[in-house]
Write a protein of this length. Structure first.
Length: 159
């Protein structure tokens, strides 16, 4: 079953974020606290939204999708950026990832969003194959740019 996340789900979402970070070999970078997630997802001005996949038999949360809106100056419309899609290893192959993405695609259409975008690590071949099977377009000519730490501070100091 796919449903909107609730505040009650925050501890499990945080646990799954850490599991995803461990899988992506970056667990030390997953520093978000439960309080930060609660504010980001359920505060007065949410920064992001989440769906969860719940096992119909046990009620266990087996996956989540965390997303936020974006805007395209080219189309003049909003779109959706999927920050995280994660299904716990023991629940993979059960259709939870596909169901989460289908629910998000439906939300995109109902909201008038023209784009649904996300990133995937090039070495994550199972995910790349899964996304290809859905018909996802890979934008190889685009590169992700990121400033953090000292370079971010240095650039900000120039303002």
């Amino acid at each position: 079953m796919i449903r909107a996340a609730t505040e009650h789900d925050v501890p499990e979402i945080r646990a799954m974020i850490r599991e995803l970070a461990a899988y992506e070999r970056a667990v030390e970078q997953a520093r978000a606290t439960e309080e930060q997630l609660r504010e980001a997802l359920f505060g007065a001005h949410p920064a992001a939204y989440a769906l969860v996949a719940e096992d119909a038999t046990t009620g266990e949360l087996v996956g989540y999708a965390l997303w936020f809106p974006r805007f395209s100056t080219w189309t003049g419309t909003r779109g959706m950026h999927l920050e995280d899609l994660y299904v716990r290893p023991h629940a993979r192959g059960g259709g939870h990832g596909r169901a989460l993405l289908a629910a998000l695609a439906g939300l995109c259409l109902r909201s008038g969003f023209e784009r649904f975008e996300w990133w995937v690590l090039a070495w994550n071949e199972p995910a790349v194959g899964f996304y290809r099977s859905l018909g996802a377009e890979f934008l190889d000519e685009w590169r992700i740019c990121r400033l953090t730490g000292a370079p971010l501070k240095e650039l900000a100091a120039a303002s």
